[in-house]
Design a protein around this ligand. Structure first.
Ligand code: TEU
Ligand code: CA
Length: 536
């Protein structure tokens, strides 16, 4: 089932910030259509586009009020059908984003529940005496509804009530949504926070705490995913589940061909190595030893089990990787290329998030008025209430907010970075005059051209697409190396995650340099140097 994805790369579009076709400052479907040739030029096979369905946009579309209709802010169903057909004609397929853990509170099901209809109350998770849980976006995870005398669970915003998957009617409704988009010609699906759908039995008897921690990899999750995949006939399509705070054992099951669940999973442990004591809203340099430990455990574990990982640094929920694990000032190009190579040569399917291929950086906002994300705004208040100064709270947001990854795609150095003819909905980093598609198309050594090369190499070399993986000892915590092997082919990838020259010991560097970001091979790794050496 996974075989056809092994040599493919996926491109992720955050529709609101990709390309605005009508000057209202908001990216849209026709904007995507106009950029399909650009996406094709990257060599990718699949395009994951974040939700554009009807929504009050409390969480930028991850709060869906109608799963079968297009939000007029993004276009029409006709535009959507054309977008699918045009991608198809270019040999690419869309993966649509199914937000099935929760709906919007403006969905008709929830409105009927609030009106007291018992059938729809059972579509959600209402309780008389719920435990004191905090939500993932801050504040309580339960909202009291006086007219019903009960509270409903919302692991995210109060405007995102969690669905009750234990109710078979809910599962049938959601299968119908998948069938609807499948019939429109979509080639795959991304499932939002899929490992949170099955809630623990006996909710009311659980202690207080972080709601998310109680609701992951629940008792019926595998059964529900199997049922969804089987009954909608998507077992042969590319499917990826977003799995929050999960374990290797669980992800092996979610993505193993024998379990008939998904093609692959996103997991996030590697993106928490800069969370002090697991708290996102702190500042800490990345723990590289931990980064290596996590990747070696997951890569080797998934490989042994025959399961498959989605490989990524960036998405719409993460700060930009070059600002985070690289050096966006002094070694901007070098570090962006090293980080790209590290991910793209691992075992799994790489995802490129819009703008990552340009080396786009964090937003550098310096006023709370520039932030738009509900999570950033909530945590700013929470930090301020705890006594954190305005300056320090803004510093945390500047490095951690999801808005860092949501600034408009930088197409050129003109008005609105070429993203819009109007006023962009979110600020554009000042560096757009230097970091943009047009400029990088003219630079033979650009990050953009380097990404194209990586995508192409995966299609050309079986050892990249399908080789086994093993992490190597470099004798230096700042340098992470791994090997891929397939038959007689061996690919050694050595990555310097520091801005200094670093010494490496014990690695055989004979062979042909397949790709790198400096010239020549040497015992000393230059700042953020990457070397991928092919040995046959
Ligand atoms: O994200 C799920 C999730 O648990 C986290 O990634 C979280 O949003 C964030 O990182 C907290 O710091 C998915 C979507 O990708 C995200 O955009 C949505 O807000 C969320 O689900 C709710 O649908
Ligand atoms: Ca628009």
């Amino acid at each position: 089932m996974q075989d056809k994805f092994k040599s493919s790369t996926v491109y992720q579009i955050y529709i609101k910030s990709f390309c605005d076709s009508n000057g209202d400052g908001i990216g849209d479907i026709n904007g995507i259509r106009s950029k399909l040739p650009y996406i094709k030029s990257l060599g990718v096979k699949y395009i994951w586009v974040t939700p554009f369905f009807c929504s009050p946009m409390a969480d930028n579309g991850y709060d869906v009020s109608d799963y079968r209709n297009v939000n007029p802010m993004f276009g029409t169903m006709e535009d959507c059908e054309k977008m699918i057909a045009e991608a198809d004609a270019l040999g690419m397929g869309f993966m649509f984003d199914m937000v099935f853990n929760h709906t919007s509170d403006e969905h008709e099901w929830f409105k009927k529940a609030l009106a007291g209809d018992p059938e729809y109350i059972d579509y959600y998770i209402f309780r008389d005496n719920p435990p004191e849980w905090t939500s993932i976006f801050g504040g309580s995870a339960w909202k009291f509804v006086p007219s019903l005398g009960k509270s409903y669970l919302h692991l995210f915003d109060p405007k995102q009530p969690d669905l009750n998957w234990d109710n078979p009617k809910v599962r049938e409704e959601l299968k119908d949504v998948v069938r609807f988009w499948k019939a429109k010609g979509v080639k795959g699906f991304r499932f939002d926070v899929l490992n949170r759908i099955s809630k623990p039995a006996d909710l009311e008897s659980l202690p207080s705490g972080n709601g998310g921690a109680f609701c992951k990899d629940g008792p019926h999750v595998h059964e529900y995913i199997q049922e969804l995949v089987r009954d909608t006939g998507i077992g042969d399509m590319i499917t990826v589940g977003e799995m929050a705070s999960t374990t290797l054992e669980q992800c092996i099951r979610y993505s193993s061909p024998e379990s008939h669940e998904l093609s692959m999973c996103f997991n996030f442990h590697h993106l928490k190595v800069d969370y002090k004591d697991g708290d996102k809203w702190t500042l800490m340099p990345p723990d590289l030893k931990e980064l290596r430990r996590i990747f070696s455990e997951w890569q080797e574990g998934m490989s042994k089990a025959g399961s498959w990982q989605a490989l990524f640094w960036c998405n719409h929920d993460q700060p930009r990787v070059v600002s985070r694990f690289g050096d966006e000032v002094k070694y901007w190009k070098e570090s962006a290329k090293m980080l790209a190579t590290f991910i793209h040569f691992l075992r799994g399917t790489p995802y490129i998030y819009q703008g990552e291929e340009l080396g786009m950086t964090n937003a550098h906002f310096n006023s709370i008025s520039q932030y738009q994300d509900v999570e950033a705004l909530n945590y700013y208040e929470i930090m301020r209430d705890k006594g954190v100064s305005e300056f320090d709270a803004l510093k945390v947001l500047a490095s951690k907010s999801r808005d860092n990854g949501r600034t408009p795609m930088q197409w050129n150095s003109g008005h609105g970075a070429g993203f819009t003819d109007g006023e962009s909905w979110l600020g554009i980093p000042m560096n757009y005059t230097r970091i943009n598609v047009e400029t990088e198309e003219h630079d033979p050594d650009s990050i953009l051209k380097y990404y194209r090369h990586l995508v192409k190499l995966r299609k050309e070399y079986r050892v990249i697409a399908d080789g086994d993986v093993k992490f190597l000892d470099t004798g230096n915590d700042n340098v992470i190396a791994y090997e891929r092997t397939s038959g007689t082919e061996r690919l050694v990838v050595i990555c310097n995650f520091s801005g200094n020259d670093e010494k490496v010991t014990g690695i055989d560097i004979k062979g042909r340099v397949l790709i790198g970001n400096y010239s020549g091979t040497h015992r000393m790794m230059k700042p953020y140097e990457v070397l991928a050496i092919l040995q046959a």
